[in-house]
Design a protein around this ligand. Structure first.
Ligand SMILES: NC(=O)c1ccc[n+]([C@@H]2O[C@H](COP(=O)([O-])OP(=O)(O)OC[C@H]3O[C@@H](n4cnc5c(N)ncnc54)[C@H](OP(=O)(O)O)[C@@H]3O)[C@@H](O)[C@H]2O)c1
Length: 226
């Protein structure tokens, strides 16, 4: 039975028709969050919602174009390819004021996706925060999690590094990652998103050279509270 709490936030996922957005939507929908799938086209969003409701029929979900989704979400998640990150955010900027924007962007530059090539702003997370200004709480996360693991009912071993300038916003995203079945950690200000973004290229190299399908990271040295 899904636990749908009336006071829970609505999560809007821009580009939620894609691989990563679908995976996050499935996990948060199963956790009882109302989901809004955003897309450039309403029809595509509707198809994604229909698929989501096959998996999680008890949880409400809506389909909207990205601008309406950004306005409808209490928390907004950006899951579009890196080259469309800024244009998509620029189109919804005013709807994000006062909200948490979770940005998953990994700025890989094909064909050398196994080589770290961060943008001149330092990271995709920093350039999002620069564009949106401090009235939007940009929090970066999930850059090292494979979309198709999110889409399956499997335990995800890889930890999540959560970067952003406001601790209260990072706390919320850590909670959301945990509710989606992952372990997440405070990684400091949004500049530190560079480390998680760069790590993805390293994990790609490890996958290739060590014949691993989904390498990931695990934070060690946890406090013993026993
Ligand atoms: N895939 C992974 O395993 C993974 C892991 C970690 C992080 N990420 C990050 O997650 C983000 C999304 O990755 P993905 O693999 O889910 O991407 P994707 O499936 O290729 O695309 C996601 C969505 O982006 C939208 N989109 C495509 N072209 C666009 C454009 N020109 N302008 C605006 N929106 C556009 C599309 O939605 P509509 O056509 O419905 O508008 C599409 O469904 C990327 O930044 C990536 O770095 C991915």
């Amino acid at each position: 039975m899904v636990d749908i709490q009336a006071n829970r936030e609505t999560i809007a996922i821009l580009g939620g028709t894609g691989d990563l957005g679908t995976g996050l939507a499935m996990r948060w929908s199963k956790a009882g969050y109302k989901i809004v799938i955003g897309s450039r086209t309403l029809e595509k969003a509707r198809n994604a919602v229909a698929n989501l409701q096959l998996i999680s029929p008890e949880t409400p979900a809506d389909a909207m174009v990205n601008a309406d989704a950004a306005a409808a979400g209490d928390i907004v998640v950006l899951t579009v390819p890196a080259e469309h990150q800024l244009a998509t955010l620029g189109g919804v900027k005013t709807a994000l004021t006062g909200k948490i924007l979770i940005d998953v962007t990994v700025p890989l530059v094909p064909p050398k996706v196994g080589t770290v090539q961060l943008p001149r702003e330092g990271s995709a997370g920093k350039r999002a925060q620069d564009l949106l200004g401090e009235d939007v709480m940009v929090v970066t996360a999930f850059q090292n999690i494979a979309a198709h693991l999110l889409q399956q009912d499997v335990h995800i071993e890889c930890d999540v590094l959560v970067a952003g300038n406001k601790k209260v916003a990072r706390d919320k995203v850590i909670q959301l990652a945990e509710e989606a079945g992952m372990t997440a950690w405070h990684a400091g200000p949004v500049e530190n998103s560079a480390a998680a973004e760069a790590l993805t290229s390293i994990l790609i190299q490890i996958n290739r050279r060590h014949d691993i399908s989904h390498s990931g990271i695990k934070i060690v040295g946890q406090a013993d509270h026993s």
